[in-house]
Design a protein around this ligand. Sequence first.
Ligand code: SF4
Ligand code: SF4
Length: 357
Amino acid sequence: MKSRVFFIPASRADGAEVLAEKARAVLRATGFTASLSPTDFTALKIHFGEKGNTGHIKPEWLTGVVAEIRDSAPRLFLTDSNTLYVGSRSNSIEHIRLAWDHGFRPDVLDVPVIIADGLIGNDVREAKGDAEHVASGKLASAILGADALVALSHVTGHVQTGLGAAIKNMGMGCASRAGKLDQHSVAHPRVLAKACRDCGLCYDHCAASALTRVEGRAAIDNARCTGCGECLVVCKHGAIKVRWDGDVRRIQEKLAEYAQLVRRHFGPRLACLNFLLQISKDCDCMAKAQPAIVEDIGICGSLDPVAVDRATVDLILERTGGRDPFRKGYDADWSFQLEHGEKIGLGSNVYQRIDLA
Ligand code: SF4
Ligand code: SF4
């Protein structure tokens, strides 16, 4: 049977109240709430937007979604995980403050914010994988502590994954820092010797004792390093760097495998809502206002992460007459995550689109 994707046309010009009702209508159509029990913890997985970013989903657009879920299961929380890079979202204190600054406060949306991988991103739970790349996924603890999940995704382009939507929100966004490092890199971090001030902070912090002083500079013993990624944000001098993987296919395949671990944990208690509004070239990690590269299209939702992302791309291509705005931004083929996602059972590229009035 084809997966069902529900779509409602929408634009930022509708205003917050109408957008909130439209998002609620899409979620209701998926039938997600029928799977909930009153004692369930429901995680609303979102990206709060980096400081200065304006494209992220706005809290006012979610009041209807929250009301819809709360009728069935009142224990809701908004969540994201800390970033791999140093910035305004690399620890829970600054991350929550940024969420407040972007309006995710009780006076706007009465839902607590919990950063899923804890104070400094080391609250990790392992999930066993059986696909090609990920034998053991390192997921953010509060994600696996929840009973149900709604992936609320702002659709964007991305320099490595080509597309940032439901699969990326689940795969990368639900991973701990170690899980993000696992997906972005094929090797351990490296020390930029000329930037190292030999302050000693990382020597004390590394739980694996993999960071030591060698000739007055930090050095990583790869045999000991567990890839937790903590030193990347512990170093205040930017001397520890990710060895980024340049293979966009491999990154996207890992992304899909992480998303599949999340899907497997939640089973039918998973819904995905993609917001095709202010679609930008780069993701919401960009600390700036980004112009839309396509006019606003609407909101689509499904219980199937692959189907909702495939429908998202199809809607965009339909609107642009076949011109792919993501390939114009970066020549990163986004299709690997969708193809691999289907291969490993994350979802289906074949879907039925049901348009809501
Ligand atoms: S924390 Fe940074 S500057 Fe300090 S010793 Fe480690 S790598 Fe060098
Ligand atoms: S990634 Fe973790 S284990 Fe490896 S050197 Fe950094 S802190 Fe130590």
